[in-house]
Each structure stands twice: as C-alpha cells, then as structure tokens.
Design a protein around this ligand. Structure first.
Ligand code: PGA
Length: 256
C-alpha cells in the first residue's frame, strides 16, 4: 500500500518568488515533524516549475513536483505547448491530466486525455488523471456511469510498463464552490473506480493506482474523507494557495 498523498493544485496562481517563499514555509513546517508519513506534491504553474524543482533539490525537501498539464507530442510546431520530456527536465515527476477546467475551457476530451496519459508515461511522469461528473449528470443519477467512462477512456492507452498512476475524483460542481459530496458518496465513487480498474485488468498487474478526492477540500472536511477505505489522498485547489492551510490539511488528513 502506498502512503496517503496530498496534491496542491495552484492553477494559474503564484510567481516564481511566491513559489520560493511557499517552499521555505514548507521546509520550516517539515523540520518540526519527526517523520513524514505521506506524500506531498505541489503543482505550480509552468513558469515556476524549474525554480521549484531546484529549490526542492537544494533543500532536500520530501516534496514531489507536478505540472498541471502537458501536450502529447514530444516536440514540434505546437506553439504554446509543453511536452513531457520538458517537464521532466524542469524537475517534475507527476503531471495532472484532464482537469475539468482543461476539459471545459480548453475543449479537452477523453481522446485527447488518453493520449496525454500515454505521453506522460512515455516520459516517465506519473499521471494524475482527473475525472468527475457535472451538476446535471449528478442530478440525473449518471455519476457512476460518467466516472466509469472517463476512467476507461483515460487509461485505454496505458500499457503494462507503468508502475504508478493516480486518479483524482473531482465532481465539477464541487470545485471552488465550497460544496462537496458526502464522504459516503465519495467512497461509493472510489469503489466504482476500483471496480472499473479490476474490470479493465489493472489490479492483477502493475501499476499501483492511488485514488484521490478533490473539490472544496478544507481543514474542516479532510479527516472525514481520509477515513474512507478507498480514499488514498486529496487534490486541493483553493485551500492549497496558503502554505499554512495546506500543511494543516495534510496534518489533519494524516491524523498527525
Ligand atoms: P478546489 O479545487 O479545492 O478549489 O475546489 C480543486 C481542484 O480544482 O483541483
């Protein structure tokens, strides 16, 4: 079993200077802990990745680095895009793929996303695949159906070579709204994801797949989500912008 995992998705926030101050605060917090029984991953914007990667190395921080997106081609005439190889060079080990903001504002669909998962694995990056239903689908009782489709499609080009992958269940209506499903509902969706993984043959062979929850995660609600057996960690957006709040979420989440 892998350690509980907490991912901070900063979205389009923080300059290089702000990223470096955040890491200094993380270092101070980490130095007060006897040992870290979880995985912490930060996802700054592209422009801050390289400096963040260097700072993490320089301070030997037990923190992973994720990009918030990638393009599936390795190089070429794709103005404005960044490839997996470039992200690795900038110090990333992870990449968020198929976040609902990418699906909604940038027209990403299941087909683009499956190519991105494949490209991430090809570049030795661990994909953090985001899936989630919208408010209408939830009202119509289609949540499990939508999630199953997104998981199957997203992982359809994932071959046997990968060792690790993460799936983040993020109901779209819960992102940045302060609303969340109940821990019971989250557990039901995570169980469905686990069953879908078995159906498509993943549990019998590598990789290890962690299932995270995201959408208005806070210091107040994290413990209840983390208590559920199929919840392996959290993907935190708004509340991760303050280092102090994010560290509190991690601390409460691991019951430290
Ligand atoms: P939120 O965002 O925590 O601000 O709801 C989560 C996300 O979009 O990953």
């Amino acid at each position: 079993m892998s350690l509980p995992c907490f991912v901070a998705n900063w979205k389009m926030n923080k300059t290089v200077a702000e990223t470096l101050s955040y890491l200094t605060l993380c270092q101070q917090w980490l130095s007060k802990l006897p040992r870290l029984s979880c995985e912490i991953i930060l996802a700054p914007p592209y422009t801050a990745l390289f400096s963040a990667g260097n700072k993490i190395k320089e301070l030997s921080l037990p923190i992973g680095l994720a990009a918030q997106n990638l393009y599936f081609e390795a190089e070429g005439p794709y103005t404005g895009e960044v490839s997996g190889r470039m992200l690795c060079e900038a110090g990333c080990q992870y990449v968020i793929i198929g976040h609902s903001e990418r699906r909604n504002h940038f027209n990403e669909n299941d087909s683009t996303i499956t190519h991105k998962v494949q490209a991430a694995l090809g570049a030795n990056l661990t994909p953090i695949l985001c899936v989630g239903e919208n408010a209408k689908e939830r009202l119509e009782g289609k949540t499990l159906q939508v999630i199953q489709r997104q998981v199957k499609e997203g992982l359809s080009r994932m071959d046997g070579g990968a060792s690790h992958c993460m799936i983040a269940y993020e109901p779209i209506w819960a992102i940045g709204t302060g609303k969340t499903p109940t821990p019971f509902e989250v557990e039901q969706v995570h169980q469905k994801i686990a069953r879908t993984l078995i159906e498509i043959g993943f549990k019998q062979r590598a990789p290890v797949i962690d299932i995270l929850y995201g959408g208005s995660v806070s210091v107040e609600n994290v413990a209840a989500f983390m208590k559920k057996p199929h919840v392996d960690g959290m993907l935190v957006g708004g509340a991760s912008l303050s280092a102090e709040t994010f560290m509190n979420i991690v601390q409460v989440g691991i019951g430290a």
